[in-house]
Design a protein around this ligand. Structure first.
Ligand code: SAH
Ligand code: F3S
Length: 481
């Protein structure tokens, strides 16, 4: 369910599933969005070829990597705190080398080496294929930096090593970068311009996952709806493509159909959709294929037309409502979730009320809500004063979260007495006697284990619920098994 993993949480330490016989040990932590977790699997794959085994114990690692997030200041602070911890470990194990990957690496570049003395290596999101060289350099006692952004790199030819896997669900990246330039967002600067991955390599990755018993994939991109494969190159250069390239281009709804038809038993999710780019075709394709999960993460950020404009979100609240109405009409059982930014510069009480009003109209199933955090280099930072007082941001955020909780409770309650199909992912957090899985709508469901196993599709009758969780009992296997 989680798109953005709370940066306050400890980063997950990751374990390589296939042991490679060699002596060097890699410890890797990831923060931020799903794309970062997916990228860490690419990094592990590239370094496995160099003979690195992953370890869960930082103390025994030769190389410690942290895949970082820059989306909010707090995310960056979390990483800086972790570097202090790494420093303490390095005192015990002086041979240990430390590398910073991801969005903070791209944003700070070689400044990182000055600001954080513990760091030996800084590698941006498009430079992971250079890791073998960079690791060799730091092995020779030098510092190493590669933060070059690419027009082509999609890592389409790297088979990710599945880290920390439950063997049931996996991420498959389909685009990299973003061209949208929302004024608050650092991603276009840290991940570069948008490129799409060859559908053939996506299909191969999914096939490989299916053969290994995976049952659910999430197609990942900053803005999946603008996926467009025309033979390679940046999305913004599509106009220059040849007639032949245009005639054979593949868009997101076509990619969804390709994947859904090739693997009718595989559950397919995708994240993230952008309201301005989501087309009716995508909604209709979702309706056509039972295996495409009925959940759309559709961040809106604000319910005020004035703020949406300041954010350079290229749609109005009325257009957003139209999209929601179409989703409700074509996919009545579909869940919808949101991201909201509270306290964007110049946000008034009236703008805030518009956001609450929009939420009341949509009644989202769940959402991720944060106060605005000014990011260096973004248009908002350069043009607008961060003028909403911190206390106002906090009190508005509390109101928004409370309203979302009310709506989440409303949505989960609609399932009482119904039977839902659940894919079992693992133990319930609260009880080893219960399984945890998700419905097509992405709602977490728990039920007694009985004879069922991880990776099975089970029909569950819902008897109780909390705000975010359904509680029930299995009544048999679903036809998808
Ligand atoms: N399209 C992307 C969005 C990445 S950022 C995706 O695939 O998820 C994820 C969310 O972080 C955004 O939707 C937004 O709600 C939030 N966010 C981005 N920049 C922010 C900022 N400067 N302050 C607060 N929240 C921000
Ligand atoms: Fe950021 Fe907007 Fe792209 S939120 S990732 S610039 S769609």
């Amino acid at each position: 369910m989680e798109k953005i993993i709370d940066e306050n949480k400890q980063g997950n330490s990751l374990v390589l599933e296939q042991e490679v016989t060699n002596s060097r040990k890699l410890y890797i932590e990831s923060y931020g969005c799903q794309m970062n977790f997916s990228d860490s699997e690419i990094v592990a794959s590239i370094l496995a070829k160099e003979g690195f085994n992953t370890t869960e114990k930082m103390e025994e690692a030769d190389l410690v990597l942290v895949n970082t997030c820059s989306i909010r200041d707090k995310a960056e602070q979390t990483v800086r705190k972790r570097l202090e911890k790494f420093n303490a470990v390095k005192r015990i194990n002086p041979k240990m080398k430390v590398g910073v990957l991801g969005c903070m690496a791209e944003r700070l570049k070689d400044k990182f080496l000055e600001e954080e003395k513990i760091v030996d290596m800084v590698v941006g999101p498009d430079a992971y294929k250079d890791l073998p060289n960079l690791v060799q350099e730091i092995g020779e006692g030098k510092n190493a930096v590669n933060v070059i952004l690419s027009k082509e790199e999609t890592y389409g030819d790297v088979a990710p090593v599945r880290l920390n896997t439950n063997g049931v669900s996996a991420f498959v990246s389909i685009t990299r970068g973003c061209d949208n330039m929302c004024t608050f967002c650092v991603v276009p600067f840290t991940r570069g311009r948008e490129r799409s991955r060859d559908p053939q390599s996506i299909l191969e990755e999914v096939k490989n996952l299916a053969e290994r018993g995976f049952k659910e994939i999430t197609l990942l991109g900053q803005n999946v709806d603008s996926y467009l494969w025309y033979g390679g190159g940046l999305k913004k250069d599509y106009d220059k493509a040849s007639d032949m390239q245009k005639a054979t281009a593949v868009n997101f709804s076509e990619l969804l159909s390709l994947v859904a038809e090739a693997h009718p038993k595989m559950r397919i999710r995708f994240s993230t959709s952008n309201p301005q780019d989501m087309t009716l075709d995508v909604i209709e394709t979702m309706a056509k294929h039972k295996n495409i999960c009925k959940h759309i993460h559709l961040p809106v950020q604000s319910g005020s037309n004035r703020i949406l404009k300041e954010m350079n979100r290229l749609h109005t609240r009325e257009e957003y409502f139209e999209l929601i109405d179409n989703i409700r009409k074509i996919l009545p059982e579909c869940s919808v979730s949101q991201d909201m930014i509270i306290g964007f510069p110049t946000e008034t009480t009236k703008d805030h009320e518009d956001t609450m009003d929009l939420m009341e109209h949509v009644k989202y199933d769940f959402g991720y809500m944060f106060t605005y955090s000014e990011r260096p280099g973004t248009l908002a930072e350069r043009k607008l004063e961060d003028d909403v007082p911190e206390e106002t941001k906090k009190s508005r955020l509390t109101e928004i979260i409370n309203l979302q909780q009310k709506h989440s409770a409303f949505r989960t309650k609609q399932n009482l007495g119904k039977t839902v199909e659940v894919l079992i992912e693992g133990n319930s957090k609260k009880s080893d006697a219960h399984w945890m899985g998700r419905t097509s709508q992405n709602t977490v469901t728990v039920f007694p284990k009985e004879q069922y196993k991880i990776g099975e599709f089970v029909n569950v009758k819902i008897n109780e619920c909390t705000t975010a969780t359904l509680i029930g009992e299995a009544i048999g296997y679903s036809e998808n098994n």
